[in-house]
Design a protein around this ligand. Sequence first.
Ligand code: ARG
Length: 545
Amino acid sequence: MSSPSSLLSARIKAVAGIEPELRPATKPQFGHYQSNVALRLANSERKSPREVAADIVARLDIADLCEPPEIAGPGFINFRLRTEVLAQAVTDQLADPHAGVSQVSKPAVVVIDYSAPNVAKQMHVGHLRSTVIGDCLRRVIGGVGHQVIAQNHIGDWGTQFGMLVEQILDEGIDASSLTLPEAEELYARASAHFRAEKEFADRARSRVVALQSGDELTRDIWHQLINISLAGFNAAYRRMGVLLTDDDLAGESTYNDELGPLVAELERNGTAVIDDGALCVFVDGFAAPMIVRKRDGGFGYAATDLAAIRRRVRDLHANRIIYVVDARQSDHFDLLFAVARKAGFLPDEVTTEHVAFGTVLGTDGKPFKTREGTAVNLNTLLDAAEEQAAPPVALAAIKYADLSNGLNKDYVFDVSRMVQTTGNTGPYLQYAHARVTQVLRKAAARGYGEQSKVLVLEEAAEQTLALLLIRFGDVVDEVVRTLQPHRLCNYLYELSGALAIFYEQCPVLQSSGAVRDSRLALCSATKRVLAAGLTMLGIEPLERM
Ligand code: ARG
């Protein structure tokens, strides 16, 4: 479906020669869209921006779409859609199966690495953020027709398994009967033991070797730890209502067999060099190298990530790889991407992006911790929110708080604010959806079923609402491009606000004839966009509240 704004863009581009970069007008008196194309061209054309603007306007043939454009300020061009064009666009959107989200003509393969909790530990707040943000990006990017491949890079390998297995054997417990919180307690006991007793530490180290060489008993216990952890993760994913399943698992351990040969190849072709006993890849512009093989011969997090990039490009055919991971790992990813390019695993045309997110803070402004001082897990967060709201509303509150701020910023976990049904919150958007659903329900009950195909947009509030509705596809595209879910949040918030003003100024059920039909159609269109937008955020659009 081509929206009026994309048609308009194409016409302007044909005349100006460059992308007009249409923006929604900042004030109603500036029309509907604004372009700064003349300001950008003025220098090279050696004319004043206003002259360039006048020249473009004179050559534009857009009378079928717009009112005559106006030149404003230093040389902006303001456009106002003709009312019937706006009305038709809403009608088209109502008939479009994708609610105005245009589908890409060439789907790309987009790998999203997110969630990635660690075995024998509960998901902490950072994994929750990754899970919520990754789930949203998956829905948005999939929503425009790209092929999304989720990769849950769980931490299921590493030296910590030596001490975990050894502790289990010492205590004589059956690992398969542990719950995830119990496994986490075991982890704490094992770490303390490791620090306190040299003899235990030595046994734990030999146990790592036994695990690596495939010793059966060791592998069995390791498997049991993974299984009970996955049960815990899956329970958390269900409670959160996210799309992740076991099909998305691609844990660190799945790269084991590739690490030796991969690193040997880097050494052979000179990409990696021995430095102080460790095998390192140095990249210009980076203070420290990537250590791909430690002095003791072990491989770590970095080597595993290198193998993961290679698999994603070579076997999954990724065109774009997205990592949704805590901002504290930014340096790791910068270096990883550079090393992968240098090693030839990452062709120029494949893009990699680290979607870095900040820390969740308590109302005291410090990193959010439980009363006992441990990192907060999902159940604690949800329990806190569910003390104040029903489960789907509590979930919406938490997810929206996570998504509606700039991701890079730390944000304060303030449950009582997050669950409010007023202000820029998830529950407010759910409420807007439930309210418009109720209007439509009442209309249907009164037999007002037939909604008009031809909208009457006489009131300013109707026009504002219509204009926002047809922007939905552009906003979704922006999120696909920028990976910034808060843009979708802000848009839905703005839409809900416009809906509230529309109710205030334009009676729906109290009106009659063509006006009522048209207003009901606007309500239907708004409900669809709110539902589609909320679903993309991973938030349930409630029918009643
Ligand atoms: N398991 C890691 C952690 O808890 C996150 C992994 C992120 N993904 C990756 N490919 N490194 O910090």
